[in-house]
Design a protein around this ligand. Structure first.
Ligand code: URA
Length: 202
């Protein structure tokens, strides 16, 4: 007897061709743009943040707001040009909650990070960076694919398949500390991780 059940097609939006068509989670609903990574295909270092912020959502580009300016300071201290690295995020849509007229960042849920691995994996396949620097806990967990603690990974490169993985602070952490010296030490730690990444990549 012939099976009358039609072949199961993927749920709508399961394998979108473009970020703008992505419906793999609900974050697209409140976002202006899906924000892709950017940088040369030949980049030897990939920097991965958490998710676009308010300004990135509007501009459609990763790390162009306040956290991006901290990242640029760290890159400059490490002597690495921004246009030689590939910069992306674990999650491609801005998750936020309204507070008055402002859109406040909200940490993405694990299921949203998992849904977005679809895009991150494509970037990893395309760039094949020998060194990956994760900025903050969300990016680290997205890369190791389990709920690890940042402290166990900070300042010690680990092998991840063919690549080195280096974990450091998220640049927004520097924006949250009020003390200037402490802020400077966070930027220095990010710069050290990037400088180390450059050595590993050479
Ligand atoms: N924070 C991130 O993690 N990524 C950005 O692009 C901007 C802020």
């Amino acid at each position: 007897m012939q099976d009358a059940t039609p072949p199961r097609s993927p749920p709508r939006g399961d394998t979108p061709a473009t970020l703008d068509e992505c419906r793999r989670c609900d974050l697209w609903r409140n976002a202006t743009h899906g924000v892709p990574g950017s940088g040369p295909r030949s980049a030897r270092i990939m920097l991965i943040g958490e998710q676009p912020g308010d300004q990135e959502d509007l501009a459609g580009q990763a790390f162009v707001g306040p956290a991006g300016r901290i990242l640029d300071q760290a890159l400059a201290r490490a002597g690495v040009a921004r246009d030689e690295v590939y910069v992306t995020n674990a999650v491609k849509h801005f998750k936020w909650i309204p507070r008055g007229k402002r859109r406040m960042h909200k940490t993405p849920a694990q299921r949203e990070v998992d849904a977005c691995l679809y895009w991150l994996d494509q970037e990893l396949d395309r760039i094949r960076p020998p060194v990956i620097v994760t900025l903050g806990a969300t990016a680290l967990r997205a890369m190791v694919r389990r709920p690890v603690r940042m402290q166990d990974y900070l300042d010690q490169p680990v092998r991840l398949g063919e690549a080195w993985l280096l974990a450091t602070w998220h640049p927004s952490y520097a924006l949250r500390v009020n003390d200037a010296a402490e802020r400077d030490s966070v930027i220095a730690a990010i710069a050290n991780a990037i400088a180390r990444a450059r050595k590993l990549a050479s």
